[in-house]
Design a protein around this ligand. Structure first.
Ligand code: 5RP
Length: 232
């Protein structure tokens, strides 16, 4: 098995320990969140955990829940009055638990559910840990399509590069679950993530920013390629 897969699955298994019977669980997006969903599926079919409800953070995750035969557990935000715990992946995490998210273009629904949850647990493999963010991955920003070129120019004025995200085959810009576009922004200078998030969010037409503040995160579980885990 691929080393990264081992690390990802180790983090996903560890996250299962934070679930309880009758929990409403926010299910993140991406390959690590899907490793968690598969682990959760095993527990549900073995009856080790009961009366769990699942609130997806994207259409992609919703489809995976249905494909696993768990449609009866699927709930939308208006069908529950809280989320007990959200388990989600990330593209980058720094030592203060600040995250870059949105590699899968699902950042807005992820932030809505992850921040609403009473506990927000992040699962990553060890390659996602960096001294500061953004390091390797640009900051995904969901924008109203009408405003994309203006926002791109405003971001470039702040310093750095900003690119409209295209789908594979470059047939057109990626469209999010909310009907918007994504701009990937790599700033020139490292800045405090909370300040960076605030400055970007003030640009008219920005829907959401893929910086998730460490202050909102209960725990980060880091899976290692030897199959062990550490938490912060
Ligand atoms: C999707 C996300 C994902 O959580 C992030 O991209 C990590 O994905 P993966 O676990 O596949 O590396 O933010 O919008």
């Amino acid at each position: 098995m691929d080393n990264i897969v081992i690390a990802r699955e180790a983090a996903a298994r560890e996250a299962i320990k934070y679930l309880r019977d009758k929990y409403v669980v926010g299910v993140g997006t991406g390959s690590t969140a899907m490793a968690f969903l598969r682990e959760l599926h095993k527990l549900i079919i073995s009856d080790s955990i009961e009366e769990i409800l699942l609130v997806p953070t994207s259409t992609e995750t919703e489809i995976e829940i249905i494909k696993l035969g768990l449609a009866h557990l699927l709930r939308y935000p208006w069908q529950v009055n809280h989320v007990d715990v959200a388990i989600d992946g990330a593209d980058e995490v720094d030592r203060r638990k600040n995250l870059i998210k949105g590699g899968g273009a699902a950042l807005t629904r992820e932030k809505i559910i992850d921040y609403w949850a009473r506990e927000f647990i992040v699962i990553v493999d060890e390659t996602k840990v960096f001294p500061s963010i953004p390091s390797k991955h640009p900051i995904p920003i969901e924008v109203i399509p009408f405003a994309w070129s203006i926002i791109k120019a405003r971001l470039e004025e702040l310093g750095g590069t900003a690119e409209l995200r295209f789908g594979s085959g470059k047939r057109g810009p990626i469209v999010t679950d909310n009907g918007n576009y994504i701009i990937d922004y790599m700033p020139k200078a490292v800045m405090n993530p909370d300040d960076m998030e605030r400055i970007i969010k003030e640009i008219p037409g920005v829907v959401e920013v893929g910086i998730f503040s460490g202050k909102r995160i209960s725990k980060v579980i880091i899976g290692r390629i030897d199959g062990s885990v550490t938490t912060m």
